[in-house]
Design a protein around this ligand. Structure first.
Ligand SMILES: C[S@@+](CC[C@H](N)C(=O)[O-])C[C@H]1O[C@@H](n2cnc3c(N)ncnc32)[C@H](O)[C@@H]1O
Length: 288
């Protein structure tokens, strides 16, 4: 691939998904995009890029963007955010929303569904909340991962990563070599295709937002833009959760870390404050 072609792809991906691709990731691009090229009837990546630059290439651009997303996820990933959900967020919201008996949670960048389903299984474990309405909205840019998420089917390997055996037994049934989540848990989650770079004001307001392991791929201005708009979707008394490798650096006027609750943030009340939230790494972490 020529440097010009590589530059073209980097710009395309940054513009479409926010993904920042480092200069030395040609091998990654090749391994991800060669199957897309073949499917499109192109023998080489050069031919694929020429096609991308031509008319009527929108569906191919979508495919290329999706193929480059990093979809790593597993049940109860990093454990601590889920402990916070069970021990802090749910009990607190059970009091604050006692009148409405309704809880709205957003899993932004949900990948193949393990994150929102882990939240759903936890909520289902609260017998004190029976009769409540739970809206778990799970979004991702990639239709491929959403298709898998909606199916609720996971391999033996996937259920062995992070999922307690008791939950496997309680909520899954074995279908061939796959494990399928119960209809009850699947019904608790609504999946929608959504690009975090686009307007998501129509999603409404949430009591808790999980936005984990996606902002790390964005540059600083993109992080600030997304976080500013995510903040607008969070109830003033709600909770915000980042990934384990993500943290607030410096002064944040949008979200404040909750003392003694690592990884958990509350929205600050000064709405007019300038967004100075920064995640680890000044210029954004490029794909490693
Ligand atoms: C590493 S996964 C994180 C999954 C889950 N949150 C977790 O922590 O296990 C990152 C996800 O972000 C999605 N993603 C990347 N860019 C996005 C964008 N601009 N808008 C929405 N989702 C995006 C990818 O498709 C991928 O599924």
């Amino acid at each position: 691939m020529t440097p010009q072609d590589y530059d073209y792809l980097c710009k395309l991906l940054k513009e479409r998904s926010g993904l920042m691709l480092a200069a030395d990731k040609q091998y990654l691009v090749e391994s991800r995009l060669l199957p897309v090229a073949r499917k499109a009837g192109c023998d080489t990546l050069e031919a694929l890029i020429a096609r991308l630059k031509g008319p009527g290439s929108e569906p191919l651009k979508v495919e290329v963007t999706e193929a480059m997303t990093i979809n790593e996820s597993f049940f109860f990933r990093d454990k601590i955010p889920y402990d916070r959900f069970r021990d802090t967020i749910i009990p607190d919201m059970a009091q604050k929303r006692a009148a409405q008996k309704r809880l709205r949670v957003w899993s932004a960048a949900c990948s193949t569904g393990q994150e929102p389903y882990s939240l759903a299984m936890m909520l289902d474990g609260f017998s004190t909340l029976s009769g409540w309405q739970f809206d778990i909205i799970a979004t991702d840019i990639s239709n491929d991962v959403l298709d898998k998420a909606r199916s609720g089917c996971y391999s033996q390997f996937e259920v062995q990563r992070g999922l307690p055996i008791s939950m496997l037994m309680q909520h899954f049934e074995q279908v061939g070599d796959q494990w399928r989540l119960s209809a009850k848990i699947r019904r608790m989650v609504s999946f929608r295709q959504l690009n975090l770079l686009s307007d998501f004001s129509s999603l409404g307001q949430f009591d808790a937002i999980f936005c984990r392991n996606v902002l790390i791929y964005f540059d600083q201005p993109t992080k600030v833009d997304v976080l500013t708009r995510v903040r607008q979707r969070l109830a003033p008394d709600g909770y915000f959760v980042l990934g384990a490798a993500e943290t607030v650096v410096g002064v944040s006027d949008l979200f404040s870390p909750i003392p003694d609750k690592r990884g958990l943030y509350s929205p600050t009340t000064k709405r007019e404050a300038a967004p100075k939230l920064a995640l680890a790494g000044a210029g954004g972490q490029r794909v490693a």
